[in-house]
Design a protein around this ligand. Structure first.
Ligand code: MNH
Length: 555
């Protein structure tokens, strides 16, 4: 007998539990559904579903130019736009389990899932080992050959530009920001991680106290930095003892000490590391003026709180704003959640990490002030930023187009990462894309054509996977048709969205105890947080002419 839960018989995220060798039950407790398979919605649920437009309609209303005038009005009505933001926060965060109930070690609920923070959580549990196929009961007994998949669906032959106009400044922001919480401990295995499960600014300050201390000057709360041509830059590793990963060929003086051990990888990561360190030092200078009574430690700690606040503000109002393509202006307003049932705790899910593998965003070659660098001449060459000048590099990042987040657009330099991540998803026994779609209230695809929106890949995928219910999560997300005027397909948006909102708004600083001026050194600091923007982040920390800072290539 096989485990009868392998066929995922319970509907609407009802819990399947075996009750003997070949029987099972669906537990629909605390749900809006009832019945043997949790298939019947309650009356309240039916009314709610009837009142609430489906996700495709909502998306269309938010991005379609012909409704832009409505949003222009809404954006200017503070009361209404704050109301809408509250609804977005609550509906998005509500989709996730908090505290988490699964991790990659078990296919059922465990205490370990909630207590063991060295593992990523799981949104859906792994497919049980004893199931007939890797996706449960559907699809082939053995999943398609990884290298065949990469060749057929992933490899870039010609650079495909990002159609909403995103630039490389955007790609690097995504990478720099998310690497503070996507930190797989590959030595232990793909289910393990070495971070704090949230926005802790370890990408700027270092992974722990010791790492942080190596970057500090212990004067005025500031980072220890060097002046080059009148601008602050991070110091070389030799002057700090920071633990950085650089290949042997990199010259000692070009190995810079940054918050994340891997950020020597790309000059764009060096740019973001540098600008945040400068911003921290600038903020500490302001704090020292308002608080002459404070010592180095208090200035440092308060500066860090402000930098974290600025980061969330910028992530929501500049970065997510851009990536959503919404005509509605998103807001960072933690106070709208006060008094509501909302958990100020977060856990990073393995699925969130995997869906954020946005390597197609990176172009094949990199242009700095007219010089075109191949990835091999660019990787681990942070010194190019100093050589070309910070403002020039920033300008080039704004002007270079990012790649389309889609099939046939993984550059040669990241194919090995892609290969590893598909293998890891299989080791972690991720459920099918369609199971994730159901989990996030999206209709599962019924045909391969519906998934891809075309016929050629659809036919090839059908040969490899047999059943659309057996398509793997990441593979499916990459071949998925793009949503109307969006950067991604609906799966990335509807699965990524809740994880993103929850991760940002459940930050400790958003709780009523933290979210007040005194936490940030008074009105001056609170104001820095509440008015932060990409434009100011760069222009207040740059010598020379500051360009218009945007995540879109200017016309
Ligand atoms: Mn990227 C992991 C290289 C751009 C998101 N990336 C990795 C790894 C390498 C890597 C190497 C480690 C994977 C492994 O050992 O299996 N990444 C690159 C390179 C570029 C790049 C060379 C640019 C060129 N990466 C990006 C961009 C994003 C991104 C842009 C967008 C957010 N990368 C990730 C994520 C991981 C990752 C997420 C997983 C990190 C982890 O699990 O620790």
């Amino acid at each position: 007998a096989t485990n009868p839960c392998c066929s995922y018989p319970c509907q609407n995220d009802g819990m399947c539990m075996t009750t003997g060798h070949d029987t099972y039950m669906c537990d629909c407790s605390n749900m809006d559904f009832y019945g043997d398979h949790c298939e019947h919605p309650t009356l309240m649920k039916r009314i709610k579903t009837w009142l609430r437009p489906d996700t495709e309609t909502t998306h269309y209303l938010l991005v379609e130019p012909k409704y832009k005038w409505i949003w222009n009005i809404v954006n200017n009505l503070t009361f209404l736009s704050r109301r809408i933001m509250k609804v977005i926060y609550m509906l998005r965060a509500d989709v996730l389990d908090s505290p988490p109930i699964y991790n990659s070690a078990h296919s059922y609920v465990t205490l370990d899932a909630a207590f063991n923070r060295s593992l990523y959580s799981r949104i859906l549990p792994p497919v049980p080992e004893e199931c007939p196929t890797p996706m449960g009961t559907k699809g082939p007994k053995e999943l398609p050959d990884v290298d065949l998949l990469i060749k057929k669906f992933f490899t870039r032959t010609k650079f495909l530009p990002e159609p909403t106009g995103s630039n490389v400044l955007f790609s690097y922001f995504a990478q720099h920001f998310t690497h503070m919480f996507f930190k797989t401990d590959f030595q232990k295995g793909p289910g393990f991680q070495w971070g704090n499960h949230g926005v802790d600014m370890s990408n700027v300050y270092g992974k722990d106290k010791a790492a942080e201390n190596r970057l500090r000057s212990f004067k005025g709360g500031k980072f220890k930095m060097q002046l080059v041509k009148g601008e602050e830059y991070p110091l070389p590793v030799s002057k700090t003892g920071a633990e950085m990963v650089y290949p042997k060929h990199v010259r000692e003086e070009h190995k810079y000490a940054l918050g994340h051990s891997l950020f020597g990888l790309l000059p764009g990561l060096f740019v973001y590391s540098t600008v945040w360190m400068r911003e921290h030092n600038r903020v500490c200078g302001i704090l020292a003026k308002t608080h002459p009574e404070w010592d180095d430690e208090r200035l440092f700690q308060t500066g860090k709180l402000i930098i974290l606040g600025e980061t969330i503000k910028i992530v929501i109002e500049d970065y997510v704003q851009h990536l959503s393509s919404y005509n509605y202006q998103l807001l960072f307003v933690p106070d709208v959640l006060f008094g509501e049932p909302f958990q100020y705790q977060n856990r990073i899910a393995a699925e969130f990490n995997h869906l954020y593998h946005w390597h197609p965003l990176m172009p094949t070659n990199f242009n700095i002030s007219g010089t075109v660098y191949e990835l091999k001449d660019y990787m681990f060459h942070s010194e190019l930023v100093i050589k070309h000048g910070f403002a020039n590099v920033l300008d080039s990042m704004i002007k270079q187009r990012a790649g389309l987040m889609s099939h046939h657009n993984h550059g040669p330099g990241t194919l090995h990462v892609l290969r590893d991540s598909i293998i890891h998803q299989r080791q972690l026994r991720f459920q099918s894309l369609n199971n994730y779609r159901k989990r996030f209230n999206l209709a599962p695809y019924t045909t391969f054509e519906e998934l891809t929106g075309e016929t050629v890949m659809a036919a090839e995928l059908e040969k490899l996977y047999h059943d659309v219910d057996a398509v793997e999560m990441y593979v499916g997300m990459i071949v998925e048709k793009r949503r109307h005027r969006a950067m991604f397909g609906s799966s990335v948006i509807e699965i990524g969205g809740p994880n993103s909102v929850k991760g940002l708004m459940s930050n400790y600083i958003c709780s009523p105890q933290y979210w007040k001026p005194s936490t940030f050194g008074g009105e001056v600091g609170f104001d820095i947080v509440n008015t932060a923007s990409m434009q100011k982040l760069f222009c207040q920390n740059i010598k020379g002419k500051c360009p218009v800072v945007s995540f879109r290539v200017p016309d």
